[in-house]
Design a protein around this ligand. Structure first.
Ligand SMILES: Cc1cc2nc3c(=O)[nH]c(=O)nc-3n(C[C@H](O)[C@H](O)[C@H](O)COP(=O)(O)O)c2cc1C
Length: 334
């Protein structure tokens, strides 16, 4: 198992020897600085920012300005804990270049280009995975962005348009020539969207022919899945999205967090989200995380039901305090 990946000037090591290199995938609406920092502290060696539209960057759209808060990158720079990969998307290569320069100025350590988003609105605008329809255009975008920024460029893409048009092997070979330092492969086609299963055998083939490191992505739901993906495909690292959203502890290895660890995680995340988005929006956006952080924990369904309805920080802490007191009482009774 590879324990070190080189991306430009960066050496990415696994959290512990014997573990795969695990990274947080970009996720719209999820991968903001509080969540990235949580995952980095858990052990994610590179953290992806939610995708950012180049036009919105250039128009200085307020929501986009908020997304470009890369305050966590300073911590990564000081501690070496992780690396921040900001992801750009768009349809106009000139604007993608300008947007990428802004993301670099804001503190991104790695520039990721989105060639994988299969949302119909994005495809209709010739952005995201639409680039897979014209690989010359895709490579032109890679080359243009790579020439414009001084940080290393990576790309994130899918296997191809559909099963009859798998292009990932051509993409990985040409991406390196066009200046990409790594390729993240979501092992589904564009036509599949999120349906069916990820076909990891293509990650193996891509890893075999690629001159640059391959991050395997798709259907890693547990830490054991990540280990298996590296074993089966030989990919250099694993990029995790949905399983990380539900359980950031996946980055720490084969661990099962205790109830009090989950409570601490929920409280820390809540505090940062409120700092980032203010109390009203921060608490509302935390509800989905509360639901997943206590999933599967014995007798916690009532706790989850209460937490997904909270409106204020005080309410959330009170509910957690009551549960901690209750679980302490039970452990003393036992
Ligand atoms: C809520 C959500 C938001 C996503 N947003 C992005 C994004 O902004 N950029 C991107 O490249 N992929 C995005 N993806 C795709 C994931 O990065 C990843 O490729 C996909 O979920 C497969 O990995 P998984 O099986 O580990 O979830 C998103 C996925 C989810 C579930």
């Amino acid at each position: 198992m590879a324990h070190e990946i080189t991306i430009g000037p960066h050496r990415i090591k696994s959290l512990r020897p014997g573990m795969p290199v695990l990274t947080l995938a970009p996720m719209a609406g999820i991968s903001n600085w509080p969540f990235r920092l949580i995952c980095a502290k858990m052990g994610a060696q590179m953290v992806g920012v939610e995708f950012i539209n180049c036009n919105a960057i250039l128009h200085e759209n307020p929501k986009t300005l908020q997304m470009m808060n890369f305050c966590d990158a300073d911590i990564y720079r000081d501690t070496g804990m992780s690396l921040l990969a900001a992801q750009i998307y768009g349809n106009d290569i000139g604007r993608m270049v300008e947007g990428a320069r802004v993301l670099e100025d804001k503190g991104a350590q790695i520039m990721d280009i989105n060639f994988g988003c299969s949302v119909p609105k994005i495809l209709r605008s010739d952005s995201g995975a639409a680039f897979l329809k014209d690989i010359d255009r895709m490579m032109n975008a890679v080359r243009s962005v790579a020439d414009a920024v001084s940080i290393p460029v990576i790309i994130k893409t899918r296997l191809g348009w559909d099963h009859d048009n798998i292009s990932i092997l051509e993409v990985v070979k040409r991406a390196a020539d066009s200046g990409a330092h790594a390729v993240a492969v979501h092992a589904r086609t564009v036509a599949q969207k999120f349906n069916g299963t990820a076909d990891w055998s293509w990650i193996a083939r891509a890893a075999e022919v690629s001159p640059v490191p391959i991050f395997g992505n798709g259907d890693v739901f547990t830490y054991q899945d990540a280990v298996r993906m590296v074993d089966e495909t030989g990919c250099a690292g694993v990029m995790i999205a949905r399983a990380a959203r539900d359980n950031p502890y996946i980055f720490s290895g084969d661990v099962t967090p205790t109830f009090s660890e989950r409570v601490r995680l929920a409280r820390d995340h809540l505090g940062m989200m409120v700092e980032y988005k203010g109390e009203k929006v921060g608490v509302m956006e935390m509800r989905k995380f509360f639901a997943s952080y206590f999933k599967g924990f014995p007798n916690a369904s009532h706790l989850r039901t209460s937490l997904v309805q909270v409106d204020t920080v005080t309410q959330a802490h009170r509910i957690l305090d009551d549960w901690v007191a209750d679980s302490d009482r039970h452990s003393h009774d036992a």
